[in-house]
Structures are given as C-alpha cells and as structure tokens.
Ligand binder design. Structure first.
Ligand SMILES: [Cu+2]
Length: 72
C-alpha cells in the first residue's frame, strides 16, 4: 500500500485526473481516492512510490507521501 495526501485534489475532476495518472503508470493498480481527507491510496505491484508520485505531480497535483499508516 502506497499512500499520498494530495491537498490540491479538491473535486471529482481532480480525483479522476489523479486516478488516470496512476493508472497510466500501472494499469493494474488499485486506486482509492478520498476527497474529504485528500488521501490517495494505491495498491500497485508494477510500480513504486517515486514513479507514482512523479505521475501525480506531472498531472498538476502535489502528492505528499504518507508513511506507516498501513502495512499489508
Ligand atoms: Cu478538481
């Protein structure tokens, strides 16, 4: 589980943009984005936190890594 806080993800459009950016890196990823908490949780076997963070940033958002809340 990789988690980011994306505070500039503020509406449903942002959620879909961020989700698409993640899926562009790893089409098999599971993405859960929660607008209320600005959290994006990603389960990805085919990518890592750095690549996912870069993809979200390239989509125009500011992902902040969230460490240690989940351990699968
Ligand atoms: Cu938006």
């Amino acid at each position: 589980m990789i988690a980011f806080e994306v505070n500039d993800m503020t509406c449903g459009h942002c959620v879909s943009t961020v989700t698409k950016a993640v899926l562009a890196v790893d089409p098999g990823a599971k993405v859960q984005a929660d607008l209320a908490t600005h959290r994006v949780e990603i389960e990805s076997a085919g990518s890592d936190a750095t690549a996912l963070s870069d993809a979200i940033r390239e989509a125009g958002y500011t992902p902040v890594p969230v460490a240690g809340l989940h351990s699968d």
